[in-house]
Design a protein around this ligand. Structure first.
Ligand SMILES: NC(=O)c1ccc[n+]([C@@H]2O[C@H](COP(=O)([O-])OP(=O)(O)OC[C@H]3O[C@@H](n4cnc5c(N)ncnc54)[C@H](OP(=O)(O)O)[C@@H]3O)[C@@H](O)[C@H]2O)c1
Length: 342
């Protein structure tokens, strides 16, 4: 049975959920896909470790849950950090789930580049590398014959990228609309119900859904990042973040939400890519939508997307994602595809 050796860059909410899935699904992966997945390298903010025979994930998870960093894990050999692992270690696929860093993309961007330059598969949950260097990463992947997959970066488990790429063949997409950020969506839903902004944000953080820097969620940048990835991937429009007009939810009060309710509306943080003469106009803004509409029904932990096309008419998708497991599952589906096993 072939085994695929993985590096996990970041060992936070997503990669811990991913590790739980690997434990839970080990037998099914072997039976259905003849596949064994081994984690041979792992990095967090404390450092990195490598073990050619693979780590015992249950012990590694227990170590991390006890509040310890990877650098103090007793098994394997220490490595100077994530980038050194990506550059030197022996592995097949690099999985990247470190925090979004829109300044220089690191450690995610450097690790992704290092993996691709070595012809390794790269699976991203972290949006920053794509937002900062979408084209460069794809050129590297092509030059080195490496696989690059990132279906987890837009709406976690919701198969937005895959549906758009695989199932909208030959379509002209006139408009993409979406509720892409569940933290801000949850905050708006809970504030309407009478909860405070701070309590709702704390719950999103407790569940491992909020970004490490939650200003990315509530100020609209997380949704804008996803819009940039969709524009480049599905609309063939080489947008960068500065092309997106961004407004978050921080200026909204409960009175604003209740006033909208009295008008028969709900306020949602909507991302839009609308076709115009010279490409697409991209925006993320709070918008009133009619109560009873598809968007009003995307509430609490849900995210959704609508594709308005010429030949497939309108396609609506939504997901109820209450923690990081579905995002971790999206990384698993990407790597199984990269491994050519499905
Ligand atoms: N959570 C979700 O539902 C979700 C959904 C879609 C996409 N994503 C994306 O997935 C990524 C990870 O999210 P998360 O929720 O797992 O974040 P998280 O819980 O904050 O975990 C981030 C991990 O990265 C580690 N890290 C920080 N700096 C590092 C460095 N220089 N080198 C190596 N590791 C480093 C952290 O180390 P410590 O443990 O030592 O702090 C932590 O283990 C983010 O880019 C996020 O946007 C998350």
């Amino acid at each position: 049975m072939p085994s695929i050796d993985l590096l996990l860059i970041g060992f936070g909410a997503v990669h811990r959920a991913f590790s739980h899935i690997l434990l839970y699904k080990a037998e099914a992966l072997a039976r259905r896909y003849d596949l064994t997945l081994r984690v041979v390298g792992v990095a967090d903010s404390s450092g990195a470790r490598f073990r050619a025979e693979g780590f015992d994930l249950a012990t590694l998870l227990a170590h991390k849950t006890a509040g310890e960093g990877v650098s103090t894990f007793p098994g394997g050999q220490p490595a100077p950090g994530a980038l050194a692992l990506a550059q030197i270690a022996s592995y097949d696929i690099l999985c990247e789930a470190s925090p979004v860093n829109l300044r220089d993309g690191d450690p995610g961007l450097s690790c992704a580049r290092a993996g691709l330059r070595r012809g390794k598969g790269v699976v991203l949950a972290n949006k920053a590398p794509l937002v900062l260097d979408f084209r460069g990463l794809h050129e590297l992947a092509q030059r080195h014959g490496a696989g690059l997959a990132f279906s987890a970066t837009v709406c976690g488990g919701l198969p937005v990228i895959n549906v758009g790429r695989r199932d909208l063949i030959a379509a002209e997409i006139h408009l993409i609309e979406g509720i892409f950020n569940s933290t801000s969506n949850y905050i708006l839903s809970r504030m309407t119900a009478g909860e405070t902004y701070a309590a709702a944000l704390a719950e999103a953080q407790r569940r491992g859904i909020a970004e490490r820097d939650p200003s990315l969620d509530v100020e609209g940048w997380d949704a804008a990042n996803k819009l940039v990835i969709l524009a480049n991937t599905l609309l063939h429009f080489p947008a960068t973040l500065d092309a997106v007009s961004v407004q978050g939810i921080t200026a909204l009060s409960r009175d604003d939400l209740l006033a909208a309710q009295r008008r028969g509306q709900v306020i949602k943080l909507l991302a839009r890519a609308e076709q115009v003469d010279d490409g697409y106009r991209l925006s993320v803004t709070p918008q009133p939508v009619p109560a009873g509409s598809f968007w009003a029904g995307v509430s609490d932990w849900q995210m959704g997307i609508a594709f308005h096309t010429d030949i497939y008419e309108e396609i609506y998708l939504k997901i109820d994602e209450r923690g990081p497991t579905a995002t971790a599952a999206a990384m698993l589906r990407d790597l199984i595809h990269l491994a050519g096993a499905a």
